[in-house]
Design a protein. Structure first.
Length: 294
């Protein structure tokens, strides 16, 4: 496991004074949907913009790296953990507010299922998360964004959608500190919207291992291909490395069974990419982001 940076004890004592609820050497497996990940040197949960700015200023003043964790999906934290300061937004960042007939404010800590239900109950249709431009066959988050709020140089600023580039499972917002966004949805009939959500939910339950420890899709769909079929046709459904196994229900999911390590996942990912390349000639690209130290 990688060691913490020189002088850690000095800045951690000061950090605990600023954020008494902050945690030191916090296992990040407790905060990721894969339930995998080594420790963060320090872990804090700012509850509003002033606290977030205070944490970012502390990191700047102490020349510390920092990382915004989100809800720990679409991410593999390596076994050595993350150096410096790991931040996860809570409190006011978990706020949703209807602004007018079609627009909604969603804080950066709002979970996507909660946002979908909130909008549906008010007769607003849409779907899709922001930095990764997540989505479904119904649409992507980038289609709905009208404005994004972020912290830049320790100040908040609003950026219009016209200044943001959205693509398949990525956007120009990567690396930015986002606090929320204004989304514009389409008005519809509440009952119809709820029925469509229930149908999508039922399909997910039938085709994806939603109750296992995973992060959703591991690889992006290559142009003209469905990656799950490529993996399945390569004979890898159920293939295991340590506690990590290619899902028998959906081959683009890797389940954490029996306490998988990040190394188990990395090795399995390498095998899957190699086998698919050998069988089909297609090079798979990760959708999951890897962070931290091995």
């Amino acid at each position: 496991m990688a060691s913490s940076p020189t002088g850690t004890s000095a800045w951690t004592k000061e950090l605990k004074k600023l954020f008494p609820a902050g945690k030191l050497s916090e296992p990040l497996r407790k905060h990721t949907t894969w339930r995998i990940g080594g420790p963060a040197d320090a872990f804090c949960e700012p509850k509003d913009v002033p606290e977030l700015v205070k944490a970012l200023a502390f990191a700047r003043d102490h020349s510390l790296p920092y990382f915004l964790l989100g809800w720990g999906s679409n991410i593999l934290v390596l076994d050595g953990g993350v150096r410096g300061l790991v931040l996860r937004l809570k409190g006011e960042f978990d706020h949703i507010e209807r602004l007018d007939d079609t627009k909604v404010w969603a804080g950066a800590a709002v979970r996507l299922p909660r946002l979908v239900v909130y909008c549906a109950q008010r007769g607003l249709a849409g779907g899709g998360a922001l930095v990764m431009n997540a989505g479904t066959r119904e649409g992507e988050m980038g289609d709905l964004v009208r404005e994004v709020e972020m912290v830049q140089n320790l100040e908040t600023r609003r950026v219009p959608a016209s200044a943001i580039a959205f693509g398949y499972r990525h956007s120009s917002l990567e690396g930015r500190i986002l606090t929320g966004a204004v989304l514009e949805l389409k008005p519809g009939v509440k009952g119809d919207i709820m029925r469509r959500i229930q149908a999508l939910q039922k399909r997910r339950q039938e085709t994806q291992p939603i109750h296992s420890r995973n992060v959703g899709s591991v690889f992006k769909n290559p142009p003209g291909h469905f990656v799950a079929k490529l993996i399945e046709d390569s004979g890898l459904k159920g293939f295991r490395v340590g506690g990590a196994v290619v899902s028998a229900l959906h081959a683009n999911f890797i389940d954490n069974t029996h306490g998988a390590s990040a190394r188990d996942v990395q090795d399995l990912v390498s095998i899957v990419r190699g086998r698919v390349r050998e069988k089909t000639g297609v090079e798979l690209e990760l959708e999951v982001k890897m962070v931290g130290e091995a």
